[in-house]
Design a protein around this ligand. Structure first.
Ligand code: NDP
Length: 609
C-alpha cells in the first residue's frame, strides 16, 4: 500500500481550510450563474454598429473596386496574417495581398489603443520576428504603441503594404470549382480572385456589449475599450486624459483590459465609478527597461531559444533555466504538470491521479490566497480590499499582472461599485443603475470584452462557401472540423490560422509562427510539385477530430466549478469544447508532429492534384 502524501511537506505551510475555500468558491460562482449564459450579450450590429466604427481613420476613404487575381490572399493584418505573409515571402512568394478591415496592420494592437494597453507576455518572446528585423523592444513588457509600430515595421520589412487592401472587410468567400480559384467579395465591391486564401481572423476580434436594459437610452458619451475615443478623453495610450478632468466616468467590466486602463481613468477623471461583477486576480508586474548590455550580449538564434524555453515552462515541462522568470512561468510551474513532476521526484514515485488533482487544487488555493492577501495589503479601505479579492481557481479567468491597478482604489475620486456578482442592471438617459442605486455619469466605457463561442460567420463577419455550396458556418455548426486545425474538407486551397484543433500556448505568436512556417512549406511544396489544388481528406479530417476529442483536456467538472466567464462559456460548459479544443498533448507535441509531417514530405491526409 502506498503511503499517503504529506502535502505540507510538498507545498509548505497550508494555513487554510480547503473545504471552506471550496465552499466559498462555489457560493461565489452560484451568485453569478444565470440562465441566459452567452445570450446576455448583444451583438454589435444595427443600432449598436457604431460601437465598432474605426475611430483611427479619416472618414470618407474610397477606392475603385478590384476585379483582379492574386496568388495568395491573406485575410487579417494582425500577427497571424503578418507571420503568414512573412514566412511566405521568405519562401519566395511575391504575389500576396493582405486584406484587412482596419486602417492599418496590427490586428488586436490596432484596435486596442486604450490608455495603459500593454502586453503581459514578455516582449522578447511575444513580438514576432525580432531577429529578422533586428529590433529590440524597449521594455520587458511592451506598451501597445510599440507593438503597433512593430506590426507596421513587419509589414514594411516584408513589403506588405504593396498591393494591400486596408479598410476592406470581406463579405463572402466562395470557391469557384470551374477555375479552381477563390472569389473574394468585400464591402468595397471588390470581386477578386485568389489561388490560395489564408484566414487569420483572430480569436478575440468582435467586441461585445452587455444586453443591459436601457443601454440605448443613454444620452451621455459612450464607447467600447477597443475603440477608445481620445477625441473625448484627450491624451493617448500613455495617459494624460485631460478631457476627463471635469467628467464623471463609469467603466463597466474589470477584466484584463479594464485592469490596464483603470489606473489612467482614476488619475484623470473627476470621479470614476468602477462597476465590478467579478474581480480579476491581480499579481505583480515588475516591468523594466530593456538592459542594453544584455541585449548586446545575445547571440544569433536567441529569440527562438527564449520562446522555446518559455513555451516548455508554460506547457508544464521542465527546463534547466527559466529565462523569462515571471508571473506566467511562476504560476505555470506551480499549477501545472511540472509541479506534479517535481513532487514525484521529491517522493521518489509517481503520484496517483487523485494525489495529483489534490496537489494542484491545494497549490491553487495557496496561490490565490497570496493574490487575495496582496489586494488586502495594497488597498487601504478594508471593505474595498475585500471586494477586490477573487474567489475562484487561477485559471477560471485570465490571470492579470499589474502594479498600479489596486492602488488606484486608494484615490478619493475612485469608487468601486461591486454588484455582488449581478452586474449592472440598467442604464437610463443619464445614469448607470447597480444594486438598485443610480450613478449619474457623463461617460460610460464598456470594458466588456469580445465574442467567444458565437458562430464562425458572426465573429468573422463573412461566411465561406466551399465546394458544392457547403458553407463553413453550416459545416462547423456542430463543432469545428479540420485537419490539424489548418484545413477543412470541402474547402480547397484554404488555410486556417487558429488555435482550435491546433496548438495553443500562452505566447500566441509562437503558435502562429509555427503554423505560418507549416503553411509556407505546404504552398512551397505545391509550387515545386506543380500541385494545383489540395484539400483535407475526409477520413483524415474525421480521424483528427476524433483525436482532438480524445485528447481534450477539457474538464467539465473543473469548468462547472468555475465562476462564469468566457473561459467556461459563461458558466454553461459547452460539450463542443472538447471538439473545439486545441491539441491536448500541448504545443510542443503539436509542433513536433507538424515537423515530422513536413519531413515525411507526403502531405499525408491531404488530397491533391
Ligand atoms: P473580458 O471578457 O475578460 O472581461 C469583460 C468584463 O466585463 C468582465 O469583468 C465581466 O464581468 C464584465 N461584464 C460583462 N457584463 C457585465 C455587466 N452586465 N455588468 C458588469 N460587468 C460586466 O474582456 P477583456 O477585454 O478585459 O479581456 C479579453 C481578453 O483579452 C483577455 O482575457 C485576454 O485574453 C486579452 N487581453 C490580453 C492582454 C494582454 O496583456 N496580453 C491585455 C488585455 C486583454 P465577469 O467577469 O463577471 O463576466
Amino acid at each position: 500500500m502506498q503511503e499517503s502524501i504529506d502535502m505540507a511537506e510538498l507545498l509548505g505551510d497550508l494555513d487554510f481550510d480547503p473545504a471552506a475555500l471550496k465552499a466559498k468558491y462555489l457560493e461565489e460562482r452560484d451568485k453569478r450563474l444565470r440562465d441566459d449564459g452567452n445570450e446576455q450579450y448583444v451583438e454589435v450590429t444595427a443600432e449598436f454598429s457604431h460601437y465598432v466604427d474605426d475611430p483611427y481613420v479619416e472618414p470618407g476613404f474610397s477606392r475603385a473596386p478590384l476585379h483582379d487575381e492574386v496568388e495568395v490572399a491573406i485575410i487579417g493584418g494582425g500577427f497571424g496574417g503578418l507571420l503568414m505573409a512573412a514566412r511566405l515571402r521568405e519562401a519566395g512568394f511575391d504575389d500576396i495581398r493582405m486584406i484587412e478591415k482596419a486602417g492599418d496592420f496590427g490586428g488586436t494592437w490596432y484596435w486596442n489603443r486604450y490608455p495603459g494597453a500593454m502586453c503581459d507576455v514578455e516582449s522578447y518572446c511575444y513580438l514576432p520576428l525580432l531577429e529578422e528585423l533586428d529590433y529590440m523592444p524597449k521594455h520587458k513588457y511592451s506598451f501597445a504603441p510599440e507593438i503597433l509600430q512593430h506590426s507596421k515595421r513587419i509589414a514594411r520589412h516584408y513589403n506588405l503594404y504593396e498591393n494591400a487592401c486596408l479598410q476592406t472587410a470581406i463579405t463572402q468567400l466562395s470557391w469557384d470549382a470551374k477555375d479552381n480559384r477563390w472569389i473574394i467579395e468585400t464591402d468595397r465591391n471588390d470581386r477578386m480572385r485568389a489561388r490560395y486564401v489564408a484566414m487569420a481572423n483572430g480569436p478575440l476580434s468582435r467586441p461585445k456589449l452587455p444586453g443591459i436594459q436601457g443601454i440605448n437610452d443613454y444620452k451621455g458619451h459612450t464607447f467600447h475599450t477597443s475603440r477608445w475615443d481620445y477625441n473625448y478623453t484627450g491624451g493617448n495610450s500613455f495617459g494624460n486624459l485631460s478631457g476627463l478632468k471635469d467628467k464623471r466616468v463609469g467603466i463597466i467590466g474589470t477584466g484584463a483590459t479594464a485592469v490596464q486602463c483603470i489606473p489612467h481613468l482614476g488619475e484623470w477623471a473627476k470621479q470614476l465609478y468602477v462597476f465590478q461583477r467579478t474581480p480579476s486576480s491581480i499579481d505583480e508586474r515588475n516591468n523594466h527597461d530593456t538592459d542594453q548590455a544584455w541585449a548586446k550580449s545575445l547571440e544569433h538564434g536567441w529569440q527562438q531559444k527564449r520562446m522555446d524555453n518559455f513555451n516548455v515552462l508554460v506547457s508544464g515541462g521542465d527546463q534547466p533555466e527559466d529565462l523569462v522568470a515571471d508571473g506566467w512561468t511562476d504560476i505555470m510551474r506551480n499549477l501545472t504538470g511540472i509541479a506534479a513532476k517535481l513532487a514525484s521526484r521529491k517522493l521518489g514515485r509517481r503520484l496517483t491521479k487523485g494525489e495529483r488533482a489534490e496537489l494542484m487544487e491545494l497549490a491553487d488555493y495557496k496561490k490565490m490566497n497570496a493574490v487575495r492577501a496582496r489586494a488586502q495589503k495594497i488597498v487601504n479601505d478594508e471593505k474595498t480590499a475585500e471586494l477586490l479579492q477573487p474567489w475562484y481557481r487561477q485559471f477560471c479567468k485570465r490571470p492579470c499582472f499589474h502594479d498600479t491597478y489596486l492602488p488606484t482604489f486608494n484615490r478619493p475620486n475612485v469608487t468601486l461599485v461591486d454588484t455582488e456578482g449581478k452586474g449592472v442592471t440598467a442604464i437610463t438617459a443619464t445614469s448607470v443603475i447597480a444594486n438598485g442605486e443610480e450613478y449619474p455619469v457623463d461617460c460610460i466605457i464598456f470594458a466588456t470584452g469580445f465574442e467567444v463561442g458565437t458562430g464562425f460567420s458572426r465573429r468573422a463577419g463573412y461566411d465561406v462557401e466551399g465546394k458544392d455550396g457547403v458553407m463553413l458556418s453550416q459545416k462547423w455548426s456542430d463543432g469545428i472540423q479540420t485537419l490539424h486545425g489548418l484545413h477543412s474538407h470541402g474547402f480547397p486551397n484554404l488555410l486556417i490560422m487558429s488555435n482550435a484543433q491546433s496548438a495553443f500556448t500562452t505566447n500566441f505568436p509562437h503558435a502562429m509562427d509555427e503554423n505560418a512556417r507549416h503553411m509556407a512549406y505546404l504552398l512551397d511544396t505545391c509550387r515545386d510539385r506543380s500541385i494545383k489544388q489540395f484539400e483535407a481528406d475526409l477520413d483524415a479530417e474525421q480521424a483528427w477530430v476524433q483525436e482532438i476529442i480524445g485528447l481534450s483536456r477539457f474538464s467539465e467538472a473543473f469548468q462547472s466549478e468555475c465562476t462564469p466567464g468566457y473561459y467556461n462559456n459563461e458558466g454553461q460548459p459547452n460539450p463542443l469544447s472538447k471538439q473545439n479544443a486545441s491539441y491536448g498533448k500541448g504545443p510542443i507535441a503539436f509542433f513536433d508532429r507538424m515537423r515530422a509531417w513536413r519531413e515525411q514530405g507526403e502531405l499525408a491526409g491531404l488530397n491533391y492534384r
